[in-house]
Design a protein around this ligand. Structure first.
Ligand code: NAD
Length: 372
């Protein structure tokens, strides 16, 4: 198969759909890999590293789209890219179609087959192509939070680990899923005194079994949150209720009960944020203050560490990419129901129920399509 990887064109996107290592694996299996020039530069991969992997560099995105049987990307195709998709072409990338009628319409009109990273599942009920970005955002949260906690940035001037004779920062993590667990691990590793709140007892049991000596866990209620935030130097918001906007767990009125210069890091900002005073910020201007409390609310945190994020995403996508290229999308989806869960669009038909519901469009079952 001819696998094409264009340079990402969405503003502030430095990741790339294929690493040189992924290209090498594909070439070793007899596939042809076509990379747009400088596609990997934002992640620290130059053209030479792709050439060494056996890929071919082309000058324009047009050439990639015109040549490739499968397009591998990171972000949803932008309008100019959607015009280049064609019937029978396979698109493998993040799509997030439910809030995006324009993109959905264009993909349906193109006749392409589109598999969305974010809806591919695994046998534990997880989302294996979203998890790496949650791991990145979670591990980044204490890092950016501790920077915000510095005096010059508006914070309380508290060191995460303290020093001998001076206690550590108190960090509260609300939500103990993928983001929250990784945030808690790093905050504890920096020496902070960490408590994780979650509403799922099985999850709290797991956290206690695995990390009992590293950080504390507590059942999440409004009362527990109200009490803990009064003592907190940093609160990391990491909740998710699938398919719903994030619940507001700290109100504006509660900010006055917190210590001046305390820091809120709202990782759930991409779902609307879990603090009432959260509003999305960018890497260029990531923090702001409300009622004496500092807020960090960057919606695409993994972009700050594009190289790590690209490699982490590539590690997760590669087995699926190789299956799609090796067997063709239909056989690969017949063989793997978790990959089939990623099928969102095929030949002008929408195949993902939640997108159809959100946009009021008819949906054909993906099973009917692969078994046709
Ligand atoms: N800002 C970014 O760049 C970025 C990057 C990755 C993920 N995210 C977001 O981070 C959030 C968390 O993602 P995840 O992968 O960890 O999800 P997850 O499903 O693994 O974990 C969410 C956890 O929140 C818990 N929860 C739900 N309601 C709660 C409540 N009221 N109190 C305490 N816990 C509650 C759930 O039980 C679950 O354990 C999502 O909104 C996701 O979109 C943001």
């Amino acid at each position: 198969m001819k696998i094409g990887c264009p340079k990402e064109i969405k503003p502030q996107e430095f990741r790339v759909g294929m690493t040189p290592n992924a290209a090498q694996e594909a070439v070793a299996r007899g596939h042809e890999v076509i990379i747009e020039t400088n596609a990997g530069m934002g992640s620290g991969f130059d053209n030479d590293s792709y050439v060494a992997a056996g890929a071919r560099i082309v000058d324009t995105a047009e050439e990639v789209f015109a040549t490739a049987d499968m397009i591998v990307k990171v972000k949803e195709p932008q309008a100019v890219e959607r015009k280049m998709l064609r019937e029978g072409q396979l698109l493998f990338t993040y799509l997030h179609l439910a809030p995006d009628p324009d993109q959905t319409h264009d993909l349906l009109a193109s006749g392409c087959t589109a598999i969305a990273y974010e809806t591919v599942t695994d046998r534990n009920g997880g989302l294996p192509l979203l998890a790496p970005m949650s791991e990145v955002a979670g591990r980044l949260a204490p890092q950016v939070g501790s920077w915000t906690l510095q005096k010059a940035n508006g914070g309380r001037g508290v060191l995460m680990g303290g020093v001998p004779g001076v206690g550590p920062a108190k960090v509260i993590v609300i939500g103990g899923g993928v983001v929250g667990t990784h945030a808690a691990k790093i905050a504890a590793g920096m020496g902070a005194d960490v408590t994780v709140l979650d509403r799922s007892l099985p999850r709290l049991r797991y956290l206690d079994d695995v990390f009992g000596g590293t950080f504390k866990s507590q059942y999440s209620t409004a009362g527990a949150t109200a009490e803990l935030i009064q003592e907190a130097d940093m609160v990391i918001g990491a909740v998710l209720i699938p398919g719903a906007a994030a619940p507001k767990l700290i109100s504006r009125a509660q900010l006055s009960t917190m210590k001046p210069g305390a820091v809120l890091v709202d990782v759930a900002i991409d779902q609307g944020g879990c603090f009432e005073t959260s509003k999305a910020t960018t890497h260029a201007d990531p923090i702001y203050e409300v009622d004496g409390v500092m807020h960090y609310c960057v919606a695409n945190m993994p972009g700050a560490v594009a190289r790590t994020s690209t490699i982490a995403l590539g590690n997760a996508t590669m087995p699926f990419l190789l299956a799609l290229a090796g067997k063709g999308w239909k056989k690969a989806c017949q063989d793997d129901p978790h990959l089939l869960a990623g099928l969102n669009v095929h030949a002008g038909q929408l195949t993902y129920e939640a997108v159809g519901t959100a946009l009021g469009l008819d949906v054909v079952s993906p099973e009917a399509i692969v078994n046709a």
